[in-house]
Write a protein that binds this ligand. Sequence first.
Ligand SMILES: [Zn+2]
Length: 255
Amino acid sequence: MKIIEKTYSFGGMEIRKSTRRIILHHAAAVTCSADDVHRWHKARGWAGIGYHFFIRKDGSVYRARPEKYVGAHAGGANYDSIGICFEGNYDTEPTMPDVQRIAGSELVSFLKEKYGITRVQGHRDVGSTACPGRYFPFEEIAEGVENAPCENCVYNGRSFIRDLQKLLQQEETGEADEALRNALPQVSASQNRAHPVVKALQVRLFALGYNFPKYGADGDFGAETGDAVEAFQKARSLSADRIVGEDTWDALMKD
Ligand SMILES: [Zn+2]
C-alpha cells in the first residue's frame, strides 16, 4: 500500500486530541475522486474534504484531510476518529472491487498499528444513515490484514532484516551480516517459491510501493510477485531476471 499525499487548501480546523476509532464510509457516488469530494465539501461551506483517507476503486489510497485534524465525516463522532471513504455507492453496487477492498483492509491495519487502536465502525453505527451501504464488505475491511503493510519509514530495511533473521533462526541484530547473507536462499517462481522468507519479501516490496492487487502477501512466489521483483530490479538497475538472489536481497535490505 502506498499512500498518495494530497495537499489541498483547507479552512480552519482543530487538532484532534485523541484517536480511538476508525469510521468507514462510502462516497454514495459510483465514480468520484478525492478532488471531487474536496470540492463538494468546500461547496457545503466546510474547511475542505471531511475524510482523512479516500480509496478509489483501482485500489489507490489518498491522504486527504491531514490526519492530525478533526474530520468532518460523522457528526458527534469526529472528535476521536479517523474517517476513511471508499469511492462507490455500496447501497446499489453489489460488489466492491478486490483491489479496493484489499487496500481498505491494509489501510485499516496500518492505522490500527499506528494509533494502537482496534475499534472500527461504520458511519451507520454512529448516526442515522445507511452509509457505508448494505453491500459494503464491512467485516473483511474492519478485520484488516495479517502482516500489516507499513509506510516506507515504518517497515524499513532494518525491520525487514530482523524479520529475515527471525525466520532463519538467527540472532535479530538488524544488520545484514555475513551469516544472514549466506543463509538467504535464492527464491523465484521456480525455486523455493513457498519458502518462509517469501512472505517477508512480499511485505518488504509492498512497503516500498509495489502492489499485489490480486493475491496480497500470500507467501507464494507467483507471477504477481515476479512482476513486483522485476519492477524493483529495474528501478535499482539490477539484472531484471525475476530471481531474488544475492544482489536483489542486498538492495531490498538497504533503506
Ligand atoms: Zn458516511
